[in-house]
Design a protein around this ligand. Structure first.
Ligand code: TRP
Length: 453
């Protein structure tokens, strides 16, 4: 990040902006969550609803957040407080974002811990199997052990805190930027191997042939929640990123590129995983364990597989770390800027809260397995409340804010960079969607998915 004239840190180049925004978006959401949810919710049908949600809701919310953040040049809480009419509680969008960030980190650090553990398991060769029963056993041995899974989660938390404390996050971001293309390349290798497996066609059919009988209110809400989670929107992360955007950056085009790259990586992960699922006889609906069983199986069936498995989990760990930094930063920035806390105190405080909050999610795979609220264990509850409630509700208010409070005239001004860009038609389309389509759609999906009507 280089200094801009305003004195606030900002992204130096346009490519840098794109890469940094992608660094937050790409993570376990693509490689772990997308395949898990797609497998559990009927494959192609889910993918289709997810793509529609990304286009009609994800992209407009992302453009809104970046636009408002760039205008206010402030953290999310302050952005909505300062840009909104005095005395109205718009800063609640930012507060809800802090809560969402803590909940997401509560289970994200757990899964990231599994990824780190799998690097070592891959090195020892203990997960190199194409047999579903053996693969399952290795996974359960890890997540079912309270001490092991907690230990890995806390290692991840300590690592992320150390990166933030050491002020080396820009270094990590740079590393992420370089390694992301390598991950993409490796994903293509997995796809190539997966697609040449004897029963690959079954997996592709699952991923690309929709069956509309599988669509329910719950499935649609799940796909919408994933769209928010994937693009890191609905809670102020992108608002904060927007505050680092250059004034001459073309926001709609950048947001569209991020969305397309992110979607492509998710689909690649799907193409890597589902042919193998059907070929080796895994359960497509295995959920959280899907990634951890299929990827080692694909590599186990090719020469040099062990080395590839190690590299794959290393790269996934790095992508997850990039995403975690952007999540961790939300409560830290809030504590520092609103309560004048030192960065060190805010970081350690956040890590302690996350350590305590994350433990019930992690232990819900073992000793707390039977402890449920609203029929969900703690892991699923954190995920559900953040992705399927807080982010969409945040999204509704962000759309209302951008479309109605900030309004057409000022939006045209901001998105055309003060008239420098010739994109009136694009902005008109955006305004229509953000005013009339996204908020209405999200409200209906939310109420219906929660069975409130
Ligand atoms: N988008 C990231 C992923 O797919 C996760 C993430 C990072 C996130 N920052 C976020 C999700 C902010 C919601 C909000 O892995």
């Amino acid at each position: 990040m280089a200094q801009q004239t305003s004195g606030r840190d900002g992204f130096a180049t346009r490519l840098g902006v794109l890469a940094a925004t992608l660094g937050s978006a790409v993570g376990l959401g693509n490689i772990w969550k997308f395949p898990a949810l797609t497998g559990q919710n009927g494959g192609a049908t889910f993918l289709l609803v997810y793509i529609i949600a990304t286009l009609l809701v994800g992209l407009p919310v992302m453009i809104s957040e970046i636009m408002l953040g760039r205008k206010a040049k402030a953290n999310a809480v302050r952005t909505y407080r300062e840009l909104g009419p005095k005395g109205q509680p718009w800063s609640l969008i930012g507060i809800s974002g802090v809560i969402a960030a803590v909940l997401i980190m509560g289970f994200y650090t757990d899964v990231a811990g599994w990824v780190f553990a799998y690097i070592f398991k891959a090195m020892s060769g203990s997960i190199a199997t194409t047999d579903p029963a053996v693969a399952k056993e290795a996974f359960v041995a890890l997540v079912g052990s309270p001490t092991q899974s907690l230990m890995w989660q806390w290692i991840v938390l300590a690592l992320v805190s150390a990166i933030i404390l050491g002020g080396v996050s820009s270094g990590i971001e740079r590393t992420t930027k370089i390694l992301m293309p390598v991950l993409l390349l490796l994903l293509c290798v997995v796809c190539a191997r997966s697609l040449t497996l004897p029963k690959a066609a079954e997996g592709l059919a699952f991923l690309f042939t929709p069956d509309f009988s599988k669509i329910t209110g719950g499935v649609i809400l799940m796909a919408l929640g994933l769209a928010f989670f994937k693009l890191s929107i609905g809670m102020g992360t992108m608002t904060t990123y927007g505050s680092y955007f250059r004034d001459d950056q073309n926001i709609p085009v950048t947001a569209a590129r991020v969305m397309l790259c992110d979607l492509s990586i998710s689909i690649l992960a799907g193409v890597a995983i589902f042919p193998a699922v059907f070929n080796f006889g895994f359960e497509p609906s295995a959920g959280p364990s899907l990634l951890f069983m299929t990827i080692p199986a694909v590599f186990a069936s090719m020469p040099g597989g062990q080395l590839f498995t190690v590299i794959f989990f290393c790269l996934t760990a790095i992508a997850a770390t990039g995403a975690m930094l952007s999540l961790f930063e939300v409560p830290v920035a809030w504590l520092v800027e609103e309560f004048k806390m030192s960065r060190a105190k805010a970081t350690i405080g956040t890590a302690l809260v996350l350590g305590v909050m994350g433990a019930p999610a992690t232990l819900s795979m073992s000793v707390l397995g039977d402890f449920k609220m609203f029929g969900l264990n703690m892991f699923d509850l954190y995920d559900f409340v953040s992705s399927n409630i807080l982010l969409p509700v945040g999204g509704i208010f962000i759309c209302i804010f951008a479309g109605w409070v900030w309004g057409s005239k000022r939006t045209r001004e901001l998105l055309s960079n003060g008239g420098h860009l010739d994109n009136a038609a694009v902005v008109s389309g955006f305004l229509f969607v953000v005013k009339w389509v996204s908020p209405v759609l999200v409200t209906i999906v939310l109420l219906n998915g929660l069975k409130l009507f």
